[in-house]
Structures are given as structure tokens and as C-alpha cells.
Design a protein around this ligand. Structure first.
Ligand SMILES: [Zn+2]
Length: 194
């Protein structure tokens, strides 16, 4: 389990920012892990702001909602740039579904961290074809701390890191999880894909 390198620093001028990335397939518990870290920061009386791309309208507009319904209020934004304006003087910035932002999010994450904020990003590292989901590879590269979480393969019960799409749609962005996707291990994913 991820242990925070530090939670709160009393002297604000000594504050150093950093970037954490939580990645994995669908059903791997990325959002739950993001919420766990943010809740701990809240207990430590840190100022926390949470954002997600407005493309993700699966559940409530204003909540980062994970599948176990452990919700935290979040602000939907259209562009990565908006996060800079809205983050204000908070200590911790959480961003969910970060794979749906364009590559500009890489710059934004650096600006936030260089400004002394703890930046926690959660997102899919691979698309339904098993290819890297931009901009995640770049975010993984610039992060100080990376956590890959795993789902359970719905075919064989092993650890899963692939999101298998049950329908034939080729659209990269297709939301509405449970009915359209299954978590798969490498073997089961490629057996069915080929
Ligand atoms: Zn499997």
C-alpha cells in the first residue's frame, strides 16, 4: 500500500510539491485509491481540490464517484488549463480520469507540483486495445511516485491489467463501464483479441 512521503508541513515556505500517479485497468480500484489518499489529506486538515474532465458524466456531475460509492465532491473541467485557475491555494490536487485530458495536462501537473502542491492523478494506462493511453505514459514519466493497481480477470480469476471491450465499437472513448467492459489478465485478453 502507498504510504505518503509526508502529509503536512507546517512551514509553508518549505513545502515541496510532487506528483503521484495511480494507474491500472478498469475495475482496478484507481478511484478508490485516489479517494483514500484524499480523505487522509483531509483528516490532516489539508486543503484539497478535486477535478475530473467534464467528459465523464457517468454518475453525478459534481462527484468523483467510485464503484463502491465512496464519493468526494469534485469539479468537472473542460480543459486542463482550467485546473490552474481553480486550484487556488490548496495543498493537494486530485484529478480523476486523467487519461481524458489532452497532453497539456503534463505541463499543468508540473506547474502545480512546482508551485508546492501535492498532485495525485488517477487514470487508465491502457485503452481497450491494450495500447498506452496518452497522456498517461508522459505522466508516469514525470511522477515521483507511481502505483499500478490491478483488477481481477473476469475469465480466470488472476490479476488483471487489461480492459476488454465486449462490443465492437472502435471509439477510444466509450463510457458506461460495467456492461461494456471486463477486466482481463494478459492471457485471456490476447486470446480473445486475436
Ligand atoms: Zn484471465
Amino acid at each position: 500500500m502507498f504510504i505518503e512521503p509526508f502529509i503536512s508541513i507546517k512551514n509553508k515556505k518549505d513545502k515541496k510539491g510532487h506528483i503521484e500517479v495511480i494507474c491500472g485497468s478498469m475495475f482496478s480500484g484507481k478511484t478508490e485509491e485516489l479517494i483514500r489518499r484524499l480523505n487522509r489529506a483531509l483528516i490532516a486538515k489539508q486543503k484539497v481540490e478535486i477535478f475530473k474532465p467534464s467528459i465523464d458524466k457517468r454518475y453525478h456531475e459534481l462527484d468523483v464517484v467510485s464503484h463502491n460509492e465512496n464519493a468526494i465532491r469534485s469539479t468537472p473541467v473542460n480543459f486542463a488549463e482550467d485546473i490552474l485557475l481553480l486550484a487556488g491555494d490548496c495543498d493537494v490536487v486530485g484529478i480523476d480520469e486523467v487519461q481524458f485530458f489532452d497532453n497539456h495536462i503534463v505541463h499543468i501537473a508540473n506547474v502545480l507540483a512546482n508551485g508546492g502542491k501535492r498532485v495525485i492523478l488517477a487514470g487508465l494506462d491502457m485503452d481497450f486495445e491494450g495500447k498506452a493511453f496518452e497522456p498517461m505514459p508522459q505522466l508516469l514519466a514525470i511522477a515521483e511516485y507511481v502505483t499500478k493497481v490491478h483488477a481481477i480477470c473476469m475469465k480466470c480469476g488472476d490479476l488483471a491489467s487489461y480492459s476488454y471491450r465486449l462490443s465492437d465499437t472502435k471509439d477510444k472513448v466509450m463510457l458506461g463501464e460495467k456492461d461494456s467492459y471486463e477486466a482481463r489478465c494478459r492471457k485471456c485478453f490476447y486470446e480473445e483479441k486475436n
